[in-house]
Design a protein around this ligand. Structure first.
Ligand SMILES: Cc1ncc(COP(=O)(O)O)c(C=O)c1O
Length: 447
């Protein structure tokens, strides 16, 4: 359907009312009813970010020489991130627009390094070895960069099976990947073992800490046990870490860090033969919104170490509250040993189908995220879940379990039916489901 741009402009105040009204039908993230997508610290921090991002709305980090402010902010965000993640002065990096871009950049860097070093020549197909639980951004990166993804299984503890990783590495492997933590289960892969394997086999080791980069360091400093995973681990050669998740910066802010500037070089592109001038680009995007960079810099300084420790102590408290509550519900359990407030809730009995529980939670106003394998509910704790929200969630979860317990017909209705079907699809038989989902995306663009 054709939608023409209106002939005449509309008064901006009227439009402001309209966009605000349009958002009223969105998921209630502010009330803590969602467990992903939004990382909201407080209305005060939000208002501060609006001002900082707004002040830099028109700026463009494509040319950091024109915008010296952004050059300095980005360089300092990289250095502060390197400090937080156990790096030394040799560590080098860039900011990017988010986790997916940071991951794309890391995969490109390893691919181009392998080419430059003559390990991948001509039609050789480079490969990347990653846990089956690694974020799909790696599959997207592999697809775009013509790298073969080799998926390693996870063990009973939901962490990648290092022996399987070893078996998948060959002379065309550009890097191995581990997550800290993984999105699905919130567990940290055995990074020291992966990194030492990477050293032995002469390949890179990328740790995806998009979720954990600005979460696990605070959890560790608060005295909780966190397995080693950052740049203090020998053999870890790069890390992706998102400021716009548990760093509570404005959206569009992530960092990718490398062990040194020699490795980072493979990320950059320069062109000297373009009639349009000398062109250089550190990341994927051309135009780079300055607001996200300024927002990240300002956020790190607004919180400071003590602010982040306070904030993450609060999150751990909320996480403990929910986990303790879940432990009292007959038929549910937390999967694996997640160190922070990202975790999965699975079922311990055939009597309780977690997908049916998720549907029952929806009728109580929640928007639970569902995991396929094993079937589970996904929780990512943020400040909006504190106190009464956590208690309400646990109470509604307990009620939902009782509502569906021993009622297999509930698995045949609603979203439970679709999730249940997809969860049991055998390998190689996903095509109809994929076609359905592609059509769903098409449909999103209808007005
Ligand atoms: C572990 C992990 N890696 C990468 C990403 C991708 O990040 P983004 O959505 O910012 O592209 C996510 C997103 O949730 C994630 O959890």
């Amino acid at each position: 359907m054709t939608v023409p741009i209106p002939d005449h402009g509309t008064d901006r105040d009227t439009l402001l009312d309209q966009v605000r009204a349009a958002a009223e039908g969105d998921a209630d993230w502010h009330g803590g009813r969602t467990f992903s997508l939004v990382y909201h610290h407080s209305d005060e921090h939000h208002a501060f970010l609006e001002k900082v991002v707004g002040a830099f709305l028109s700026t463009n980090a494509l040319n950091p020489i024109a915008f010296q402010s952004l050059r300095r902010f980005e360089a300092e965000v990289v250095r502060m991130s390197a400090w937080l993640l156990g790096g030394d002065d040799e560590v080098a990096g860039t900011m990017s627009s988010g986790g997916t871009e940071s991951i794309l950049l890391a995969v490109k860097t390893y691919r181009d390094r392998a080419r430059a070093e003559g390990r991948i020549v001509g039609d050789d197909a480079p490969n990347l070895v990653l846990p089956v639980t690694a974020h799909p951004a790696f599959l997207k990166a592999c697809h775009l960069l013509d790298v073969e993804p080799r998926l390693a299984p996870i063990g009973d503890d939901l962490r990648v099976d290092v022996a399987a990783v070893a078996g998948l590495i060959d002379d065309r492997t550009i890097a191995v990947v581990g997550s800290a933590p993984s999105y699905p289960h919130g567990v940290v892969d055995p990074i020291p073992e992966l990194a030492s394997l990477a050293i032995d086999r002469g390949v890179g080791c990328h740790v995806d800490a998009c979720l954990g980069g600005f979460l696990l360091p605070w959890v560790e400093r608060l005295g909780r046990e966190v397995p080693p995973w950052d740049l203090r681990v020998p053999g870890v050669t790069s890390i992706s870490a998102d400021l716009h998740k548990y760093g509570f910066a404005a959206k569009g802010a992530s960092v990718v860090l490398y062990r040194d500037a020699v490795l980072r070089r493979h990320q950059f592109q320069v062109e000297t033969g373009w009639p349009g001038g000398i062109w250089l680009s550190p990341t994927i995007a051309g135009t780079r919104p300055g607001g996200a960079i300024a927002g990240a810099w300002a956020t790190l300084r607004a919180f400071g170490v003590d602010g982040y420790l306070d904030l993450h102590a609060g999150l751990l408290g909320t996480s403990d509250r929910i986990r303790t509550g879940v432990a009292t519900i007959d038929g549910l359990e937390i999967l694996g040993d997640p160190p922070a407030g990202v975790f999965a809730i699975g079922s311990t009995t055939d009597e309780v189908d977690v997908f049916a529980v998720a549907d029952a939670l929806e009728t109580r106003g929640w928007h639970p995220d569902r995991l396929l394998s094993p079937p589970a509910l996904h929780v990512m704790v943020t400040p909006v879940h504190a106190g009464e929200v956590a208690d309400r969630f646990v109470a509604d979860l307990a009620d939902s379990v009782e509502e569906v317990r021993g009622r297999p017909e509930r698995s045949q209705e609603g979203q439970a039916a679709m999730y249940g079907m997809v969860a049991t699809l055998p390998d190689g038989q996903h095509e109809p489901a994929e076609e359905f989902l592609l059509a769903l995306i098409d449909g999103l663009y209808e007005v």
